[in-house]
Design a protein around this ligand. Structure first.
Ligand code: GLC
Length: 469
């Protein structure tokens, strides 16, 4: 089967979050099972700078953005057995950074239309186009409106994966005629609550909707999680399936990770000690045997940073140390910087995107905190467990589907239910008690490391879904 993934980011070329990890690893797992899964992303400036010599030009075409005709270069590269396509337009993508521009709607409307146009010029006919998140949500909409009866396009099925419902692509009505060039009699496909909503368009038109964990598939039917989309989702719920993300267990392997200080596996975890010592000295944490809690996240409210804000000082006085890495909303960045100043040796904070330090924290910390308000899947808890670092999480979305509380000594972490700082603190205290009993802790660490979060099973589920279409 031929599958085309369309997305706004993909490892190893460009990444701002978990989406890139999934796009960079799931196709590999699918291809291992005998299908041909390829990926298309925009050719951003940063990709051109870093990978120029590895990328080959195929051809250039013209793409309609409403009444405008825009240049689009098609480039390609191979990575780990996966074919990547890159769509180039310097006006849209030759900029510093990947999102957050005044014309993001236009940039990704262009990209989505270009993905469909590209199919005439590459020697690859997908049976399935799997689009990911709002940036590529226009692909199933365009397919429905313009392409489904065109020669060469008739048998394609569209799957749309929701990685995070919080970002929907909401714009004013004028974009339909100004940018999308979609006739007004199709307006209802995109309209939601008086706005144009790209994600709603995909929910309406894709053949199937996937969420990145089973729990998230039913959570988003509830207004508490749906960011306003519950009405349309309840209406379309027959199309929704939850498939848990995996992680690339070759890329995430403490046995041969060049960015960490020791090498270890669930059979022999002694190398984790060297990673911990290296982290303590790099981050200048007090070396008194206190549990080190890693936090690697975006500083935005749905990641549960408010609970951390509420309880951090109490937790420091209870004897926890923190290694915090992330960036995001200024109010949270300021808070963490203030804590690092006030609790030197107990709280380390770096406000940046630093993938290598992230790995040193996954390996060197004892515990890993993710008190998310909502978490479509979450990959960090899986990275942490793979590196023998015990997750403490709120039971939501993919966190609920991957972490089992160790209450009966058969879990792989500690969990709490309610979005409440006191419940989080309670879970941390339980973790502390187990941590103090070295034997139980070691067996918990080994249990967590033995969990299989590889893509193998989930790639089968994606393939079953594609087959069913
Ligand atoms: C988004 C979600 C995260 C998920 C990732 C990959 O970043 O917030 O929960 O793991 O996408 O699907």
């Amino acid at each position: 089967m031929n599958i085309l993934f369309s997305a706004s980011e993909a490892q190893p070329y460009v990444a701002s979050g978990g989406l890139a990890d999934v796009i960079g690893s799931l196709p590999k797992a699918i291809n291992r099972k005998g299908s041909d899964c390829r990926v298309v992303i925009p050719l951003y400036k940063s990709i051109m700078e870093k990978f120029k010599d590895k990328i080959n030009f195929i051809t250039n075409i013209t793409v309609d953005v409403s009444w405008r005709k825009q240049y689009c270069g098609i480039f390609t590269a191979e990575n780990d057995g996966v074919t990547y396509y890159f769509l180039d337009n310097e006006y849209y993508f030759n900029r510093d950074g990947i999102y957050g521009f005044y014309d993001d709607c236009e940039r990704f409307v262009f990209f989505s239309r270009a993905v469909l146009e590209m199919l005439r010029y590459i020697n690859f006919k997908p049976d399935i186009i799997n689009s990911h998140d709002w940036h590529t949500a226009m692909i199933p909409v365009y397919y429905e409106v313009f392409y489904k009866y065109q020669q060469g396009y008739t048998d394609i099925k569209n799957v749309f994966t929701i990685h995070n419902i919080e970002y929907q692509g909401k714009y004013g009505k004028e974009v339909v005629s100004e940018l999308m060039g979609i006739p007004m009699y199709h307006f209802s496909l995109l309209e939601y609550d008086g706005f144009v909503n790209l994600m709603k368009g995909a929910i309406e038109t894709a053949d199937r909707i996937v969420t990145v964990s089973p729990s998230y598939a039913w959570e988003i039917l509830d207004p508490w999680y749906s960011c306003g989309l519950d009405r349309i989702l309840v209406h379309k719920q027959k199309k929704i399936t939850g498939i848990l993300n995996g992680i690339d267990s070759d890329v995430w392997n403490p046995l041969n990770d060049p960015s960490i200080a020791g090498s270890y596996s669930s059979v022999n975890i002694s190398g984790k000690k060297s990673c911990r010592e290296a982290l303590v000295s790099e981050l200048e944490l007090d070396d008194n045997g206190s549990p080190i809690v890693g936090i690697v996240t975006r500083f935005v409210s749905h990641k549960g940073i408010d609970l951390i804000k509420y309880a951090l000082e109490e937790l420091v006085s209870d004897g926890f140390e923190f290694a915090v890495l992330g960036s995001g909303d200024k109010i949270y960045e300021d808070f963490f910087r203030e804590m690092a100043k006030r609790y030197k040796g107990k709280v380390y904070v770096k406000t940046a995107f630093d993938p290598s330090l992230a790995r040193r924290i996954y390996a060197g910390a004892d515990m890993f905190l993710m008190p998310s308000q909502s978490e479509p899947c979450g990959l960090a808890q899986m990275f942490a467990m793979r590196y023998g670092t015990i997750p403490i999480v709120r039971e939501t979305g993919g966190l609920r589907d991957t972490v089992r509380d160790d209450g009966d000594k058969d879990g792989n972490g500690f969990t709490f239910k309610t979005y409440n700082a006191l419940d989080m603190v309670d879970a941390m205290h339980r973790a502390m008690r187990t941590f103090e009993d070295k034997e139980s802790w070691t067996s918990l660490v080994k249990r967590a490391m033995k969990c299989d979060f590889s893509w193998d099973a989930s790639a089968d589920k994606y393939l079953d879904l594609y087959e069913s279409l």
